[in-house]
Ligand binder design. Structure first.
Ligand SMILES: Nc1nc2c(ncn2[C@@H]2O[C@H](COP(=O)(O)OP(=O)(O)OP(=O)(O)O)[C@@H](O)[C@H]2O)c(=O)[nH]1
Length: 177
């Protein structure tokens, strides 16, 4: 069967694929192609019953990277970091770009040694992105574990406070809330 939509003749199959594409675009970050903020918060809201860990990751001095190496290189850094992290993360985690140079990871469970190992790994991976001779990217990370009965926005708030401490203590490190 054919439908007419904005002057185009579309089959049901076409409409389904357009709809699927639009649904995917709504939850995907346009630049890095990982999940976006909207998807991340919806996912957290729906997965509140079991223990989980949140990692907030923020690239250090990103404004300086843009200013010194150009906005395109800045974009490239966001893409490279996303790709490195997406490959390194466990399959059951959710990785999203919250906006700008800030990323978040939802990790099922609240295993502290595991969160520490992962944070160390993410700090090291950032340093594999070279900006110039002897100059690499660095990130700061804030970690929080969901407390019983704690609302998801409170868990994120504590991770954000830990991130703030990591930034204020010299960057390129992680803190646990
Ligand atoms: N290239 C690029 N830059 C972006 C994008 N989104 C936000 N920015 C830039 O990211 C920069 C963030 O700067 P700040 O919030 O000052 O943070 P910072 O320089 O990383 O400093 P610290 O977080 O304190 O280490 C701003 O200059 C924004 O313009 C983007 O999609 N691409």
């Amino acid at each position: 069967m054919l439908f007419t939509c904005y002057g185009l003749k579309l089959t049901i199959g076409d409409l389904t694929s357009v709809q699927q594409q639009l649904s995917k675009e709504l939850i995907t970050d346009y630049l890095t192609q990982i999940a976006n903020r909207q998807f991340f918060y919806q996912y957290m809201q729906k997965n509140q019953s079991a223990p989980y860990t949140i990692l907030l990751i923020d690239i250090d001095f990103f404004k300086v990277i843009n200013d010194q190496f150009g906005h395109d290189r800045g974009d490239q850094v966001l893409i490279e970091l996303s790709s490195l992290y997406a490959k390194a993360l466990p399959n059951n985690s959710v990785f999203a770009r919250l906006g700008g140079e800030e990323f978040a990871i939802y990790l099922p469970g609240d295993n502290r040694p595991k969160a520490c190992d992962l944070s160390e790994q993410l700090l090291s991976l950032a340093h594999t992105i070279e900006l110039a001779a002897n100059r690499t990217v660095s990130v700061s990370i804030g970690v929080s574990f969901k407390a019983p009965e704690e609302a998801f926005n409170e868990v994120v708030k504590r991770a954000d406070q830990a991130l703030y401490k990591a930034k204020n203590s010299g960057r390129s490190q992680y803190y646990i809330a």
